[in-house]
Design a protein around this ligand. Sequence first.
Ligand code: ATP
Length: 134
Amino acid sequence: MIMDSQDKRRDDQHQVTKNSHFLQALHHALDGIGEVLVRERNMRFHIFAAVLVLLFGLYLGIGRSDWIWITIAVAMVIMSEFVNTMVEAIVDLIVADTYHPLAKVAKDVAAGGVLVAVGTAVVIGGLIFYPYIF
Ligand SMILES: Nc1ncnc2c1ncn2[C@@H]1O[C@H](COP(=O)(O)OP(=O)(O)OP(=O)(O)O)[C@@H](O)[C@H]1O
């Protein structure tokens, strides 16, 4: 369940219509990024891990194509966490605190998606860094 005091603050805006200009759309998109960072402890861990990989890559002087793969791997993990947070919010919106087997399926599948993305990123990282280290 992911409702908290931020929901009240956001509700104060009460906008339910389409964005009227680009800056408004950008503002809401940035709000979305902020929500994931504030709500999801795992997301902060992913960002921390990405910064470590960035520093390690700079230290080892890895190549351009290696950076492309690392960028894809990091983006994949972050996107999966966005989808996971979105699924949690929609499920909580629908069932609130009520237990429902399909709510469990939706949340567990979304969390499994994050796990698959992280596992893939670890394999990509291993394949990239192995030759530089050994
Ligand atoms: N309404 C519900 N009905 C059935 N099962 C639920 C429900 N809400 C949560 N669960 C179960 O509890 C687990 C954790 O719930 P939830 O995803 O809301 O917590 P979380 O700590 O934010 O998870 P995550 O670490 O993936 O961000 C879900 O994967 C699911 O198995």
